[in-house]
Design a protein around this ligand. Structure first.
Ligand SMILES: Nc1nc2c(c(=O)[nH]1)N[C@H]1C(S)=C(S)[C@@H](COP(=O)(O)O)O[C@H]1N2
Ligand SMILES: [Mo]
Length: 384
């Protein structure tokens, strides 16, 4: 039963790659996603119990950023930090509070003084008519914009696949929906005379310190996205949910690529370049590529840019009745395209019911919260 569901998620992922879905496919995809998630929600508590997390707050976990509660997270790795929000601790609000937002670092973080002196942070801008470095204080002189976007690791949900994919085994909590404030990349590039001709990509480099003795390109956090996307709606952000971005989430300055997977949202951004080619970094060339299970990553495969449709159920009460009517709450989103409606199935996709949208519509890259009263039958009880 479980493999069948996982298969359907995998197939959906493949089908969801292109921009050219018919409306029918789109809605069906949403429905299947929700159905699969109902099942996933039922299997997860077991996994959380086996995680065996204690309840001691911050002091005994110096690697946990100040203010975060150990119990809110599933700790995948203390250093580099990889923590996932526990599904039952995820509030039902459309906006995720910063202290409930997952964190994922590939490398150690820059030193904390960079956020204490945030306005002095320098961003090098290349591939424009007048390449130069701008301090954050100078960027703040341009017109500020805010936007709401889902931040989701491309591996979110990885724990439910049975082929043992590499990387942190995230369940459902490597995602949140937050508000960013900053300047438009298009304004910054125009401020520097515009892009030089024949550039195709926007390439962003993180300021993560590179450990000694490693091949830089193997670990460098540098990603490229289509330049057209960069010019359309990307942001260089210094505020998260109305506060300066904490170091753990990429302060002092971060690239925000609305609707694209987390890996493209480069934290502590040091260089922003318009480039002819994609970055030579391993995470661009081989990593984050959609590919069949068992195949190595290669530049010919589609890059993990825009996020496909996804939905899941949060805050399921572990003590909920195993049969009968159960109210479920969840989130649905689709990178750049918004959500038309959500359908939920409690019987392996045989029948579907329309969920009710609950929260506000905060734009085409935000979560839509939904609720549904579902009737759990004997068949479903098997996996509850
Ligand atoms: N500089 C830098 N940017 C980065 C990363 C990183 O390790 N270093 N991790 C990426 C990945 S894989 C994800 S999923 C998101 C996570 O963002 P968060 O830690 O704010 O949740 O940041 C992305 N940006
Ligand atoms: Mo990620």
């Amino acid at each position: 039963m479980i493999p069948a569901k996982l298969d359907s998620m995998g197939q959906n992922n493949k089908n969801r790659l292109g921009p050219d879905h018919t409306r029918r496919d789109f809605l069906r995809t949403i429905g299947l996603g929700a159905g699969a998630i109902v099942l996933a929600a039922c299997t997860q508590p077991e996994r959380l119990l086996s995680a065996g997390a204690g309840s001691t707050p911050t002091p005994s976990q110096p690697w946990l950023p100040a203010g975060l509660l150990h119990d809110d997270f599933f700790i995948h790795n203390p250093k580099p930090l990889a923590i996932e929000t526990r599904r039952e601790r995820m509030p039902n609000s459309t906006l995720t509070p910063t202290d409930k937002l997952f964190i994922r670092n590939n490398l150690p973080m820059p030193e904390a003084h960079v956020v204490a002196n945030a306005d002095n942070w320098a961003l090098h801008i290349e591939g424009v008519a007048t390449p130069q470095s701008l301090k954050l204080s100078e960027l703040k002189e341009l017109e500020a914009h805010t936007l709401v976007a889902v931040l989701q690791c491309s591996g979110n949900g990885r724990a439910f696949f049975e082929h043992g994919p590499s990387g942190s085994p995230w369940a459902l909590g490597a995602a949140g929906c937050v508000e960013w404030k900053g300047v438009l990349v298009s304004d910054v590039l125009a401020h520097l005379g515009g892009t030089t001709p024949k550039m195709n990509y926007l390439t962003a480099t993180g300021g993560d310190p590179i450990p000694d003795g490693v091949d830089r390109l193997q670990v460098l956090v540098e990603r490229s996205i289509p330049l057209e996307k960069g010019l359309r709606d990307c942001l260089l952000a210094w505020e998260l949910n109305g506060e300066p971005i904490p170091l753990s989430h990429g302060g002092p300055l971060r690239l925000i690529v609305p609707g694209y997977f987390g890996c493209n949202n480069i934290k502590y951004i040091r260089t922003l370049a318009c480039t002819a080619e994609q970055s030579p970094s391993k995470i661009q060339q081989k990593g984050y590529r959609f590919r069949p299970i068992g195949t190595g990553g290669a530049p010919s495969q589609p890059s993990m840019w825009r996020m496909p449709v996804k939905s899941w159920v949060n805050a399921a009460d572990p003590a909920h009745p195993k049969t009968g009517n159960v109210r479920v709450h969840g989130f649905a989103f689709s990178g750049e395209r918004g959500i038309a409606k959500v359908e939920v199935s409690a019987d392996d996709g045989n029948t579907w019911q329309q969920a009710e949208m609950t929260g506000p519509d905060l734009g085409s890259n935000a979560w839509r919260s939904f609720t549904a009263l579902i009737a759990l039958t004997h068949a479903t009880t098997r996996v509850v």
